[in-house]
Every structure is written in C-alpha cells, then in structure tokens.
Ligand binder design. Structure first.
Ligand code: GTP
Ligand code: MG
Length: 336
C-alpha cells in the first residue's frame, strides 16, 4: 500500500520514535507495518527499555533498541557504511574514533561514546593492520550487526552519530536477492548512505571491473528492495594509499570519477545528492597518513541532509571538478 505523505499523521505511540521529525520508523519498519505508528504517544502502552534493578552499559555495539534511545535524546545521525567484503568499512569507522583521540577533526571534538569497547577493539585491529603488508584486521562476521555510537561536539553543538557495521557478504547478497534488503534496517533508517569501492581492487583490470560491478549491483539491489528513500549518497574510493603508489594514479582517479558519473546517471533520481570521496583509513604504506580523506567524509555525515523530494541529477559530462558535485535539484511534478 502506497503512503500518501500529504495526508499522513506522523505520530507514534513509541516515545523513542522520532517519526514526526524523520518520517521513519525507529525500529526500521515500513510505516504501515508498525503497530504503534499513527497513534498518539499516550494511547499505546509501548514497552521500552525500563527494567527492574540497575543495568550497567556493556559498551559493546548497540542493537536497534539501544540505538533508538540515543536517537530520542539528542540531535543525531544514522550512518550506513555499505560495501562488499573487505572494502574497508570497519577500518573507516575505527579511523574516525582514532583520529578524534588525537584532537578535533575540522572543529569537531570527541564528546562521548557508549560503545567504547567495540571501538577500542575495532581500532586495535585497524592499528595492528596499518603499515603492515599482511592484512590482519578482523573481518566482520555474518550476523554480527550493530551500531557504533560516537557523541561529537560540532562547533559547540552536541550531536550523536550511530554508525552501522555489517559484514560485506550481507550487503553483497542483496545484489542477488533484493528482497533481502528489507532486513537491512540501518539502510532504511540512515540519514546518509556511504558506499565503499575497494581501491586495492582498482590496481588489477579484472578486479577493478568486479569491484565496480559489485557496487553497482548492491546499489541496484538496495533500490529494488525499496530501502533507499532519497538519502544523500557518498561514493568512497578506499585504500587510496595503494593507488598513490601506482604510476597510473591519475588515470585510476579519472576512472573512479567516470564511475561516479555512471552511477549518477543510473541512480541519481533515488538520492538527494551524490558526492565522491577518496580515503586511506588504515594505510599499509607511508604513501598517505592514517585517516586521509576521513575528515571530509565526517563533515558529510554531519551536514548532509535529506530533502523532501528525491532529485534529478544533471547528465554531466565534464572534466571540471565543480561539475562532479551534483547539487540538489528537486524533480518537477512531471518527472516525479
Ligand atoms: N592499504 C590499505 N588497506 C586498508 C585500508 N583500510 C582497510 N584496509 C585493509 O583492508 C582489509 C579489509 O578491511 P576491513 O575494514 O576489515 O573491511 P570490511 O569492509 O569491514 O570487511 P568485512 O567486515 O569483511 O565486510 C583489512 O586487511 C584492512 O587492513 C587502507 O586505507 N589502506
Ligand atoms: Mg568489517
């Protein structure tokens, strides 16, 4: 059943839900499937986390209900980092926590985290892997899904980030079976989507072809599965240190930007914005510093917002850098 947004009464009996503000179910359900949606906060006796006794936080990854507590309390952003296995998802989020230990990133200060153990473990693995030639970072296991919590002070304004981590196999599966996208609650709930393209696979022609096709098919699966709802999209070329060592670095960068344009032409109408980034979250060489490109991505996560309508993106075919930043341009009624 299609939802008529204009006539919808965005309220929910679950006091943790911000549907009035975000138009999304805090539990990641379709609005019409949520038993509490449409009811006034006082009308339903929703069980939240109230339990007898004192419970101490585990500081491990958040599940959906713990994440919803954070969403209710403060200004917050839900971030989905998506990509095939070993694209660098966990290393990327670990590098942000790590960089913040050394000081503010672009005037953003560390404030708090309620998933400290989880962050420390991810950082330990990423630090151990960095500057080594043998990959040693721990793979995220299938089914090991959760949110990392990162409280930030963004130019004196507190903001909570909930950064989802999931195994690459589960995202890749959606490419073949879009119906399974319904299980990816973090994608539906996300304020921004970040899709990773493995830079190390760019060095070999066959691997490069497969890396690009993995990303395109995952995006297609997410769209066909109905979990993309107009979020801004970041396309990230990871492990940029590997490309930096190549004599063909400029050509490879150009190929990445061509791929971004290709994705924009194919799927632009499903996102409010598509931007490209290059990162070296956990470099294996000293070609680039640890966390290269990560501050720009953090700024995107904090500032990029969804707008009311999806946008049509220009069919750009220009080498000028400015044209690669596809600005918001709402669909006209005839296009919608
Ligand atoms: N050269 C280089 N290697 C990196 C970088 N970031 C991550 N890696 C390596 O890439 C491998 C995969 O990184 P992960 O962060 O575990 O990738 P993932 O996407 O979380 O993988 P799954 O959990 O299996 O889905 C590890 O061996 C990392 O050490 C980087 O910036 N440069
Ligand atoms: Mg991982």
């Amino acid at each position: 059943m299609a939802i008529d947004a204009a006539s919808m009464d965005y309220q929910c009996a679950n006091p943790d839900c911000r549907v009035a503000e975000t138009h999304k179910c805090v539990e990641g359900l379709e609005l019409q499937s949520c038993p509490h949606f449409g009811k006034s906060p006082a009308s339903d006796n929703v069980k939240t986390t109230a339990r007898p006794g004192i419970s101490l936080p585990s500081a491990e990854l958040f599940k959906a209900r713990e994440a919803s507590q954070i969403l209710k309390a403060n200004e917050s952003r839900v971030i989905a980092i998506i990509g095939p296995k070993e694209a660098g998802k966990t290393s990327l989020l670990a590098s942000i926590y790590d960089l913040l230990q050394e000081g503010p990133i672009d005037r953003v200060h560390f404030w708090r985290s309620r998933t400290l153990f989880a962050f420390e473990r991810a950082c330990h693995d990423a630090r151990a892997a960095s500057q080594r030639h043998e990959p040693t970072a721990e793979r995220t296991k299938v089914g090991q899904f959760g949110f990392y919590h990162l409280g930030l002070n963004n130019t004196s304004r507190p903001i909570d980030l909930l950064i989802a981590d999931r195994s690459g196999e589960e995202y890749r599966r959606v490419a073949d079976r879009p119906s399974e996208a319904a299980d990816l609650m973090e994608v539906r709930r996300a304020d921004t989507l970040t899709v990773l393209l493995d830079g190390a696979r760019f060095l070999d022609p066959t691997a490069k072809h497969n890396a690009r096709s993995d990303v395109q098919m995952i995006l297609q699966g997410l769209i066909d599965g109905g979990v993309v709802c107009g979020q801004p999209l970041a396309l990230v070329l990871t492990k940029f240190d590997e490309l930096k060592r190549s004599l063909e670095v400029h050509q490879l960068q150009g190929e990445f930007e061509t791929f971004v344009k290709h994705i924009t032409r194919l799927f632009g109408a499903h996102f409010t914005q598509i931007l490209s980034f290059r990162t070296a979250a956990s470099p294996m060489t000293d070609a680039l510093p640890r966390g290269y490109g990560v501050p720009e991505l953090l700024r995107f996560w904090i500032d990029a917002r969804m707008c009311e309508a999806p946008v049509a993106l220009p069919d750009v075919d220009s080498a000028r850098a400015i044209d690669r930043f596809h600005d918001i341009r709402p669909l006209s009624a005839s296009q919608a």
